[in-house]
Design a protein around this ligand. Structure first.
Ligand code: MN
Length: 364
């Protein structure tokens, strides 16, 4: 297991690589060229600059999060072949700088959604929050403006302004095609890309939909164990896997996360884990919270234990943190609470490893 943190390079982050380096147990970062638009080939020159910047700080860059998939691929348009070709070229370039794992998502139009990027908890910290009725009451355009206006000037991954102009039309398009057709578009992409991922030794790790239920009539597919099983069945390569994001999957009270972690880790299909907790307020309302089991509704130890006991050997990162101690940062991506989360998760991992033989009889 390697513990990493997400980092936004080239002046797009309030957190520095030097600070990340001082978080105990940190091996590297998950990062991206966050200012490129979907469909562009990632230039080798920028990638080498990124690698050098990270290496100079004494950290590794083996994980990219994310290379966005062009909407024409998700829509299944004839132009998708061109964008798939560019995606493959990007994979080749990522291989050139030693990338081992690529987190991506296949969410149509909207990416992740929250109703509030700075909701105050009782302890005076701020978190991102989701209230289903409020999200439905906003139309997607208003939602996009509201999300970007609260991002404190940082780019908001998944809410890049160039995606927004087309939004209303795109939503109509997806409402018309339906979920079955959408699965076919996913398979088409996988059939084309996974053989190259294997050739370039890059594990593809799809991120679950966030939140894991339909919004504005858009298809949401990576939402629960049954759908993930179907997704994994689309391609048998070990390079075809998932990012196990406990915050996204855990927003649904119906998902049993320790059991899902055990199932998919034992198949070698979890390449990356985003570990954070979530506090349910009702079936479709939640607050993000501190990472500890006691601060939310997920049993973080049981999740880490399930990963460890079932041979998980990928990357873990703390996920969205609270904004604490007066820090000003991109919502969810301050330093302090993610650093607390990382050390907590490292502690859980150590405990799981040290008790593994007595609990399971299987040496680690
Ligand atoms: Mn995540």
């Amino acid at each position: 297991m390697k513990m990493i943190m997400r980092y936004f390079p080239f002046g797009d982050d309030s957190v520095t690589l030097g600070q990340i380096r001082q978080v105990p147990g940190m091996s590297g970062v998950a990062t991206s060229l966050s200012r490129l638009t979907a469909g562009e080939v990632w230039p080798l020159e920028s990638l080498f600059r990124l690698k050098a910047e990270v290496a100079d700080a004494g950290l590794e860059v083996e994980v990219i999060e994310s290379v966005n998939i062009h909407e024409d691929i998700k829509k299944g348009l004839p132009s998708r072949d061109l964008y798939i070709e560019r995606y493959i070229q990007t994979l080749k370039n990522l291989h050139e700088i030693g990338i081992k794992c690529l987190c991506y998502n296949f969410m149509p139009v909207l990416d992740w959604a929250r109703s509030d990027l700075s909701h105050s908890l009782e302890d005076g910290s701020q978190v991102m929050a989701y209230r289903h009725e409020q999200v439905l009451a906003l139309n997607p355009d208003t939602m996009a403006l509201s999300m970007n206006s609260k991002a404190r000037g940082y780019s908001l991954p998944g809410w890049e302004p160039e995606r927004l102009a087309q939004m209303a039309k795109d939503i109509e398009f997806y409402q018309a095609i339906g979920v079955e057709q959408y699965w076919k578009h996913i398979k088409y992409f996988l059939d084309a890309v996974i053989p190259y991922a294997q050739q370039y030794d890059i594990k593809m790790a799809i991120h679950p939909d966030d939140p894991p239920w339909p919004l504005y009539g858009l298809p949401k597919v990576i939402t629960n164990a049954e759908h993930i099983r179907h997704f994994l069945s689309l391609n048998s390569s070990p390079y075809h896997g998932i990012t196990f994001c406990t915050g996204s999957l855990g927003s649904s009270m119906e998902n049993d996360l320790p059991s899902m972690a055990a199932e998919f880790a034992s198949q070698g299909r979890i390449h990356f884990a985003h570990l954070r907790n979530v506090k349910h307020l009702s079936k479709q309302d939640f607050d993000e919270c501190a990472h500890l089991s006691g601060c939310g509704d997920l049993d973080m130890y049981a999740i880490v234990e399930a990963l460890s006991d079932n041979g998980f050997d990928g990357y873990i990162r703390p996920d969205h943190g609270r904004m604490i101690w007066g820090e000003q940062a991109r919502p969810g991506y301050g330093l302090y609470d993610r650093a607390l989360g990382a050390t907590y998760l490292a502690g859980l991992w150590e405990a799981a490893k040290k008790t593994q033989v007595t609990r399971t009889g299987i040496p680690c």
